[in-house]
Design a binder for this molecule. Structure first.
Ligand SMILES: Cc1cc2nc3c(=O)[nH]c(=O)nc-3n(C[C@H](O)[C@H](O)[C@H](O)COP(=O)(O)O)c2cc1C
Length: 230
């Protein structure tokens, strides 16, 4: 297994949604999971859980649910970027590409040999009963919104590790539209929340380059609105 550099992985790990059905060795999946669990998590709880779905029948049932969601929300996807200015062909190109690729996956989630589900087990609400002044108590309670953030550093490690092994993947979340049905297929307990469904397999398309809005549009120096020009 030859490995690529970190920055090459970052710049080329674009969302890949079309896969060959060829199997991925368990040894590689283990390495990917091992990369996932190196990620940070709030209070180092490591309350994540990963389900490697290889069984063809369960993959088919997951794919059915994903397709069902796709059929229902197709008009929503088609409307992405609808407020973009009409004179920007690049935005139209991106919209069409995303649209086509997302729609393709709605129909083909059962093709990749591995579906990896990333979820979080609940953690105790640490602010409850804390002996701190009221505004701090309220602020700590509001921080509950960060709890679910604990999964995505691990998911990004999965994406980069897949790239390192020449595997395609994409972070998807639309299964959550029918999360109860989805969880039932994999016998996931009620209290566990699922945050990502990653199809993993050898890609039909090329890696990268990952294209993004320029830094000056999204990063500021010292204060809001002052573009970083570094
Ligand atoms: C939180 C989150 C949810 C996403 N959900 C989905 C999804 O449900 N289905 C899908 O096909 N892609 C999904 N994506 C993938 C994005 O569409 C993709 O990362 C983005 O378009 C950039 O693609 P690129 O790296 O190829 O440029 C999701 C990405 C993120 C970060």
């Amino acid at each position: 297994m030859s490995e690529i550099g970190l920055f090459e992985a970052i710049y080329s790990a674009r969302a890949l949604r079309r896969f060959k059905p060829d199997p991925v060795p368990d040894e590689i999946i283990s390495r990917i999971l091992d990369a996932a669990i190196r990620a940070p998590s709030a209070s180092n709880y490591q309350n994540w859980v990963f389900i490697v779905v290889k069984d063809p029948q369960r993959r088919r049932r997951v794919a059915q649910i994903y397709r069902q969601v796709g059929d229902a929300i197709r008009p929503v996807i088609a409307n992405l970027f609808r407020n973009a200015p009409a004179d920007q062909p690049e935005i139209e190109r991106r919209r069409r590409k995303l649209n086509d690729s997302v729609l393709y996956l709605f129909e083909h989630m059962d093709v990749p040999p591995v579906l990896l589900v990333a979820g979080l087990k609940p953690v105790p609400p640490y602010w409850e009963g804390a002996d701190v002044p009221e505004p701090i108590q309220a602020g700590m309670k509001a921080m509950a919104r960060f709890e679910s953030s604990s999964i995505y550093p691990a998911v990004q490690n999965i994406i980069l590790a897949c790239r390192a092994f020449g595997l395609g993947t994409v972070l998807t979340t639309l299964h959550a539209v029918l999360e109860e049905e989805f969880k039932a297929v994999l016998e996931i307990p009620r209290e566990v929340e699922t945050w990502a469904l990653l199809p993993i397999g050898y890609p039909l398309d090329q890696f990268g380059p990952v294209k993004r809005r320029p830094i000056a549009e999204v990063a500021y120096l010292d204060r809001w609105g002052n573009p970083w020009r570094g």
